[in-house]
Design a protein around this ligand. Structure first.
Ligand code: ADP
Ligand code: MG
Length: 345
């Protein structure tokens, strides 16, 4: 059976304009999220990961604007163009939260310090479901219990500051999951947590996916984390996806020099102790005056004259593609009859 797509992002472009400066924070980004799968979006801080997902849910900061492209959510076979909906319209507000849940790096983002935990989750349920308050309280407690918060009924009377960081993130996940969304967007959900708590939260997210069949977009700047989480990976650099493929393809056979550099800069369990971690040389260019060509060229040891023109997307087979001129002769095309035909060498 072919895998179903639940979300399609096509040629998305999101800009920030202030004065006479324009930043293409997201530049011609396309991907699809498959049902019940996890797509990881990785890349250094500032590369456009958060802006990408905030464009999907139309939660961009005031200066940000989608200037091109299409975001389509597929619900029971019906396509809903999210990019065509009014930001604060009824349909978008109902999709946000009910169909697409979100958790953030800082759980305080989703929690209000002046209301009890219970109050907030119950409110959230009542916004999306027509059930009694009593039923909503039961539901909230069940969700918290199942996410590893003991004595949930009592703890629902607590305020956010009475919870530890890890517990707050569990509550954040509970808030996102109470309406059983089809898609969960997790934007660096464990970055602010200790390593042991981090792995508990990651395990929790995997269990959620198994129990609820949720499709997940998992954002991180840490390639070490996604190895275990994502089915497919999109590697972003300066607003563009420079490499895309299955997690196995990207991690075991990285193609883009940026992906390779990123991989060499993170420690992996079982990694050869002799192998030194390398930092990526140079720094990211000014996003408001990017070169016309490949934006990684200034830091790339393989850069040539050719890189002054932005590379095409080269398809290497089995869904793996890369935007780098090194692969122009290695492209594979999938013929209509399904047989692969090598172009070049
Ligand atoms: N509120 C904002 N105002 C102006 N520019 C912004 C704003 N938020 C993000 N940007 C621009 O978009 C780029 C991508 O940001 P972001 O998606 O938050 O990066 P990250 O990959 O760390 O999540 C930033 O480098 C910045 O140039
Ligand atoms: Mg971010």
């Amino acid at each position: 059976m072919s895998e179903q797509t639940i979300l399609k992002v096509k040629n998305l472009q999101t800009q920030f304009t202030s004065g006479n400066k324009t930043v293409n924070a997201v530049n011609n980004v396309s991907f699809s999220l498959k049902s019940k799968k996890t797509l990881g979006i990785v890349g250094e801080s500032g590369c456009g990961k958060s802006v990408t997902v905030h464009s999907i849910t139309q939660l961009l900061p005031p200066l940000g604007k989608i200037t091109d492209g299409k975001v389509t959510y597929i619900k029971n076979g019906n396509e809903i163009e999210l990019s065509g909906l009014k930001k604060q319209g009824r349909q978008m507000r109902s999709i946000r939260g009910k169909e697409i849940g979100m958790i953030f790096q800082d759980p305080n983002t989703s929690l209000n310090p002046v209301y009890t935990i219970g109050n907030q989750i119950v409110e959230n349920i009542l916004q999306h479901e027509k059930i009694t308050k009593k039923h909503a309280i039961e539901k909230a407690a069940d969700m918290l219990n199942s996410l590893g918060i003991p004595m949930a009924h009592t703890r629902m009377n607590d305020y956010p500051h009475q919870f530890s960081g890890g517990m707050k993130q569990r509550v954040g996940i509970a808030m996102a999951m109470v309406s059983n969304p089809s898609i969960l967007i997790a934007d660096e959900p464990t970055t602010a947590l200790d390593v042991t708590i981090q792995s508990q939260i990651l395990e929790l997210m995997k269990r959620i996916q198994e129990d609820y069949g949720t499709s997940i977009i998992f954002i991180t700047h840490n390639l070490g984390i996604v190895a275990n989480m994502a089915d497919e990976l999109a590697v972003m650099y300066m607003g563009k996806i420079v490499e895309y493929g299955s997690t196995r393809q990207v991690l075991t056979s990285p193609k883009h020099p940026y992906t390779e550099a990123l991989l060499q800069s993170v420690p992996f369990v079982g990694m050869d102790k002799e192998k030194r971690l390398k930092s990526i040389k140079g720094s990211t260019p000014d996003p408001s005056s990017l070169p016309e060509g490949c934006s990684f060229a200034s830091r790339c040891e393989f850069a040539t004259e050719e890189c002054k023109v932005f590379p095409n997307e080269f398809h290497l087979g089995d869904g793996h593609h890369v935007k780098c001129w090194l692969y122009k002769d290695k492209e594979v095309s999938i013929k209509k009859d399904g047989k692969r035909d090598k172009i070049g060498n």
